[in-house]
Design a protein around this ligand. Sequence first.
Ligand code: MF3
Ligand code: CO
Ligand code: CO
Length: 255
Amino acid sequence: MAILPILTKDEIQLMKKACQLAARTLEHVEKYIRVGITTNEIDQIIHDYTLSHGAQPSPLGYHGYPKSSCTSVNEVVCHGVPDETILKEGDIINVDVTSYLNGFHGDTSKTYFVGNKINENVRELVQVAYDCMMKGIEEVHPKNRTGDIGFAIDKYCTRKGFTTVKEIGGHGIGKKFHDEPFVPSFGKKGKGDPLIPWRCLTVEPMINETGASIKEIDIPNSSIKWYVTGDKTLSAQFEHTILVTDMGYEILTLP
Ligand code: MF3
Ligand code: CO
Ligand code: CO
């Protein structure tokens, strides 16, 4: 089992730089998200911004993944592959950016509204997805385990009448894009892997409108899959990269 090593002070500074760039990339692309833009155009903006800041987009070529970001529209749960899809009024889109800078990966995503005619249930779903991420992050503490994060996320989500995705979740991150531990969006308090200071992980719950099972879809020439809700209802997600500290946590992907 691969476990990312504890980071030195210098490595933490490098990790922070990668995470800051990912956050600023998301902030940059946010200005372009509107009715009429294609997900390929969003991806190109991310690609160019990343390269112009001396970094590489981690997704590009990762296990054969063909693009520089993930753009997951409406019923797409995650790993939506940018294409010629044109965003339309009332859509939601999760844009997931991972930057590789100076040997470290920083990973962050947000769900955006397209246009301004957003129905109240959709607003509620997206707000709950954000709140679930924050509830999970607040559990990051060296006395806790991954199950504490998952428990907090699932409890809040269920109370709000939505469903957490169980198959996919957060991950250790640093010199590698994805590593142990798996960070679930459900679980039992005190169970799962310990949270070790001076290592990083992501908290990235996917929150679905209904409890329908999710469907896995192949990406040509890649071992990465993308996922949709089985009943075409909506899915929303937010993601931050978090440093476990001796006292609790620090969110590294704030711009
Ligand atoms: N950024 C995604 C995550 O949060 C992973 C994307 S992998 C890719 O873990 F290959 F699809 F880009
Ligand atoms: Co991630
Ligand atoms: Co991500």
